[in-house]
Design a protein around this ligand. Structure first.
Ligand code: FAD
Ligand code: SF4
Ligand code: SF4
Length: 483
């Protein structure tokens, strides 16, 4: 039934139902159910159709949110899908995992007083409805071009670029060192936030579109790796979207003891199991939290993913140590709430001093911290409180302090590939070109650890820049062999 808009005054915000805690602690299914049709229409109709929609301004993709909310409220779902897909390559993924409280929903004007429109949940509903009805089709090119683009990295940035370039008719080849596409969508983000069939479904569409994937194909200068020079020879342009993977380690006495593991190794093992793989390091117990006292160090979304994965694997206890307080943690408020509901203990204002144990880690000695004066960046300085040490028992410690870029110029023997002082690739932000002619870059390898929605934005924009660079005039293009 079509709904009238501006219902926010009389109709409260309602999120999709969350699965019961006891049920979700024991499996890796997504914790939110999708909206039922009527609920989606009712919630979409709360939008006040702002003349200046701050939700769209704060969406990295500039989604036409008020328009697709109105179409949803009017039950014009196919039109809503077409509009939503026009600006977002993977709307059903963003609807699930964007930190909406910091982006679109956090800037919804009715947030103050009435609680925001549930934009992410409606976005997910629109595309899931489109999949259910067979409206999601591969973006097939109208005709083929004889120009090709090589893309390194099958994460959201590489895939968004590939989809857009292929839609224009380019021959698109995506190279990835992993055995599956998706990058962190596959091997970083756990299934309870993003079930793996959602990624596999997109893989099938991209293959149908004619994108060629070269998996298990690392680019680099070591034996068995494909040199970048070879890619540059094969393709008219190359897009680098390799993400950031170098783990930051805690440098304290006891570092390196068995039982201390990097976050991404732990999450990758768990995600591989969600795909149905047998993971020897999990079977051996090395990357398995079952029956263990687990301590996770860090306060970002990766740390939240680790604590919640540990709970689902059957950990005896899970404690998160973070050196700042709840109000200053980088992780999403919603994720902390979910973790607390699931039984995670948070130890705020606590930093590790030493890892204890001889053959294997047995505990973490930590000390209490306090927040001091703001530094030059405006963030309060963290200072230790003398004599406040305490010990947390631990059979497994997971380090989740963030990621830095791998040193690509050295690893790839490309001294002319210029990086910033943070090790990210330096590009011209308008054209996405790196210091190497014909080589472009985007996503986390340029921004540093960021968000999926920004990676998609970069991929789409870089694709347009590459199209402009190759600049094939219509007359020079070849017709599809099939024509
Ligand atoms: P990636 O997704 O990292 O993909 C890079 C790809 O490049 C990988 O497939 C990799 O195998 C490949 N590659 C790297 N080097 C080579 C090489 N030499 N040769 C061939 N291939 C190579 N963001 C959100 O918005 N919401 C979330 O909830 C969220 N949760 C997260 C949870 C975790 C645990 C982590 C680590 C990150 C999370 N993020 C989240 C961030 C988000 O996943 C990233 O910002 C995003 O995936 C970056 O996309 P990308 O395409 O730049 O890189
Ligand atoms: Fe919000 Fe992300 Fe969707 Fe943009 S892409 S509307 S930020 S959920
Ligand atoms: Fe609707 Fe909120 Fe966006 Fe305004 S800011 S158009 S109320 S979703």
């Amino acid at each position: 039934m079509a709904e009238r808009m501006l219902q926010f005054v009389s109709r409260p915000q309602a999120m999709p139902d969350k699965r019961a805690v006891a049920e979700r602690r024991s499996d890796f299914g997504e914790i939110y159910k999708g909206f039922a049709r009527e609920r989606a229409e009712e919630q979409a109709a709360r939008c006040s159709q702002c003349g200046i929609p701050f939700c769209s301004i704060h969406c990295p993709l500039g989604n036409n949110i008020p328009d697709w909310l109105k179409l949803t409220a009017e039950d014009r779902m196919q039109d809503a899908y077409v509009m939503s897909a026009a600006t977002n390559t993977f709307p059903e993924i963003c609807g699930r995992i964007c930190p909406q409280d910091r982006l679109c929903e956090g800037n919804c004007v009715i947030e103050k007083g009435f609680e925001s429109v549930t934009i992410g949940a409606v976005e997910r509903f629109i595309t899931e409805t489109a999949f259910d009805n067979g409206w999601v089709k591969p973006n097939l090119p109208a005709r083929e071009l004889d120009r090709s683009v090589g893309i390194v990295g099958a994460g959201p940035a590489g895939l968004a670029a590939a989809e857009r370039l292929r839609g224009r008719g380019y021959q698109v080849h995506v190279y990835d060192r992993y055995d599956r596409i998706g990058g962190l969508l596959s091997y970083g983000i756990p299934s309870f936030k993003l079930e793996k069939h959602v990624v596999s479904r997109r893989h099938d569409l991209l293959v149908e579109q004619g994108i060629v994937f070269h998996l298990n194909t690392p680019i680099g200068s070591e034996a068995g790796e494909m040199p970048l020079s070879e890619l540059r020879r094969r393709h008219d342009a190359v897009f680098l979207a390799t993400g950031v993977y170098r783990t930051r380690e805690v440098a304290t006495p006891g570092s390196g003891l068995p039982g201390i593991v990097p976050a991404l190794q732990f999450l990758t093992a768990s995600n591989r199991r969600s795909y149905g793989d047998v993971v020897p390091e999990f079977e051996s117990g090395l990357l398995n939290a079952a029956g263990k006292n687990v301590v996770v160090i860090g306060g970002g979304d990766t740390a939240m993913d680790c604590v919640r994965t540990s709970i689902r694997e059957g950990a005896k206890s899970v404690t998160c140590l973070y050196r700042r307080d709840r109000a200053n943690m980088p992780g999403s408020v919603q994720e902390v709430k979910n973790a607390e509901e699931e039984g995670v203990q948070f130890s705020w204002l606590a930093a590790p001093e030493a890892f204890l144990g001889d053959e294997q880690v047995t505990g973490v000695r930590a000390r209490r911290m306090k927040l001091g004066m703001p530094d030059a960046t405006g963030r309060q300085v963290v200072e230790p409180i003398e004599g406040s040490s305490f010990v947390v028992e631990a059979d497994m410690v997971i380090e989740a302090l963030g990621f830095d870029p791998e040193p690509l110029p050295e690893l790839w023997a490309q001294p002319d590939l210029v990086t910033t002082r943070w090790g990210t690739l330096k590009i011209d932000h308008k054209s996405f070109v790196t210091s190497l002619p014909g080589v472009f870059a985007g996503g986390d390898i340029v921004r540093g650890a960021s968000l999926v929605v920004w990676a998609i934005r970069d991929g789409r924009d870089a694709a347009d820049a590459i199209h402009e660079f190759i600049g094939a005039p219509e007359a020079e293009m070849t017709l599809a062999a099939a024509e």
